[in-house]
Ligand binder design. Structure first.
Ligand code: NAD
Length: 495
């Protein structure tokens, strides 16, 4: 493969950042994989190899669980304040390294540097939030109905956890799990995605430097995730799995959780409807739709997957939205002014092309984009399809790219029926100036989250998660730490 250098960042700066990334497995301390195998990590903007890192095996994964299980009792016995202060130092250390982490995210995942900086801040904020939550855990003290005994409950850490994360937010998907787990007193084995493991490796070193004790955080990178996760799921010492990724893999993990009754949190795929009513503020709706569609290049589980527009406003919305989408600059994430970087790989580009072709063959009208860009790397332009008919694959599948299919609707009930006509139920967006309608439609939507007059729903203080095939459990907010806690009940005789 020809390695093209199209980055605006000096080669020495890139080499310096890559040079800080530990390339081994974190099993208590850093070490190579069992047989010394490694695998390459590539830059999606150029195809260039960035680094070779350790390719973990089943034995490595079990050694990581040994380390997590051994460190468990001592970490659970630390005071909440001690855990809080370790996390607070980790937050400060991550924030101080924003530039390095952001460049690494852009190099291995592709998103524009500004978005990577926003991800670092969002990711670090989970660590700050759970540093604060660590000292706010409480239980109940009450009397039994007959007055004969006291009921006391206390939160307990669930125990060693397996955390599996996807490639699209290489830092935030990790800290969203690690921070509440550590705050709760759990130890963890993190398995980041093979496409973007470098950010997790540097993050792990930063956390160790901030005082996370040996064995509390372990990291296994691998090209063979099944051979790492299956034996851990079958091991009685593992008490929890928290997974973010595709619904198919999540379903497999839930099946595997049955043998040891491992607790599960599943953040899975989405098919978010973005609904614009006739009474919406058009400018807000266009802005919100562009953000909900193009943030992370469309590679987000909460990305607007279907844009549903009421007939009275549709022509004007399409005209302005299509203009806004076409004006967006696409290119390497290190180039100033670029708002959409490369897709993660060739498969992603091919999927966008196939979904657009299928929709056009079925009668959709292509109003912007649509042609793959004649440049190296995995680029696809912001694309808008109008009048997408029922049955088009693009309305049923997760696009994970910058393509916006528009469907027009008549009455409000039709919008709700269209929005709910999917097995997924993660996020939805509603644009209307009518508060009654906003609340009525939000109630009727079968999703875990609804953005009202805004195209972003994530916030560290809010419970992020879905219903139906989008998963089980919540991350962020107070709810996020509950996923790592058991409730112990003490029955105390009242004499
Ligand atoms: P993926 O399911 O292919 O991979 C996710 C993780 O699971 C990776 O670490 C991968 O190595 C691992 N994995 C793959 N096969 C496995 C197996 N058999 N056993 C154990 N682990 C396995 O998903 P992806 O392509 O990395 O990510 C995209 C998906 O993630 C999309 O569907 C997206 O909607 C979803 N996602 C959801 C959220 C959310 O919060 N709901 C957030 C981000 C991404």
């Amino acid at each position: 493969m020809t390695i093209l250098d199209i980055h605006d960042i000096p080669a020495q700066r890139r080499a310096d950042v890559l040079g800080q990334v530990p390339t081994g497995l974190l099993i208590g301390s850093w070490r190579p994989a069992e047989h010394g195998e490694t695998f390459p990590v590539h830059d999606p903007a150029t195809g260039a190899e960035l680094l070779q890192i350790a390719d973990g095996t089943t034995a490595d994964a079990l050694a990581a669980l040994d380390a997590a299980a051994d460190a468990g009792p001592a970490w659970a016995a630390t005071s909440p304040r001690e855990r809080s202060e370790v996390l607070r130092r980790a937050y400060e250390a991550l924030t101080a390294r924003t530039d390095d982490l952001a460049l690494l995210i852009t190099l291995e995942m592709g998103k524009p540097l500004d978005e990577s900086r926003t991800e670092v801040s969002y990711a670090a904020d989970f660590v700050r939030w759970y540093a604060e939550e660590a000292v706010r855990l409480d239980g109940r003290h009450t009397a039994s109905p007959d007055g004969g005994s006291r009921i006391i409950t206390s939160p307990q850490p669930v125990g060693p956890c397996l955390l599996i994360t996807p490639w699209n937010f290489p830092l935030a998907m990790g800290t969203r799990k690690i921070a509440p787990a550590l705050a709760a007193g759990c130890t963890v084995v993190l398995k980041p995605a093979a496409l973007t493991p470098l950010t997790s490796l540097l993050m792990a070193q930063i956390l160790l430097d901030a005082g996370v004790p040996e064995g509390v955080l372990n990291v296994i990178t691998t090209t063979n995730p099944g051979t790492v996760s299956a034996p851990l799921m079958a091991d009685a010492r593992l008490r929890k799995v928290s997974f973010t990724g595709s619904t198919a893999v999540g379903q497999r993990l839930v099946e595997q959780s049955a043998s040891q009754l491992v607790r599960t949190s599943m953040e899975l795929g989405g098919n978010a409807p973005l609904i614009i009513f006739d009474d919406a503020d058009l400018e807000r709706a266009v802005k919100g739709a562009v953000i909900a569609k193009l943030r992370n290049g469309g590679q987000s589980c909460v990305a607007a997957n279907r844009i549903l527009v009421q007939e009275g406003i549709a022509d004007e919305f399409v005209a302005r939205f299509q203009q806004a989408m076409a004006a967006v600059e696409v290119g390497p994430g290190t180039q100033p002014g670029v708002a959409v970087g490369p897709l993660i790989d060739d498969r992603a580009v091919k999927k966008c092309s196939e979904l657009v072709t299928d929709a056009v063959v079925r009668g959709a009208k292509l109003v912007a984009g649509g042609d793959p860009l004649p440049m190296p790397g995995h680029f696809y332009p912001p694309t808008v399809l109008d009048h997408v008919p029922a049955g088009a694959r693009i309305l049923d599948e997760e696009i994970f790219g910058p393509v916006a299919p528009i469907v027009r609707f008549g009455p409000e009930a039709e919008a709700v029926a269209l929005a709910n006509a999917t097995p997924f139920g993660l996020a939805a967006y509603v644009f209307t100036e009518n508060l009654d309608r906003a609340l009525r439609v939000s109630d009727a939507l079968e999703t875990g989250m609804v953005g009202i007059n805004q195209g972003i729903v994530s916030n560290v203080a809010a419970p992020f998660g879905g219903v139906k095939h989008s998963g089980l459990g919540r991350e962020g907010g107070h709810e996020g730490i509950e996923e790592y806690l058991e409730t112990k009940y003490l029955a105390v005789n009242k004499s």
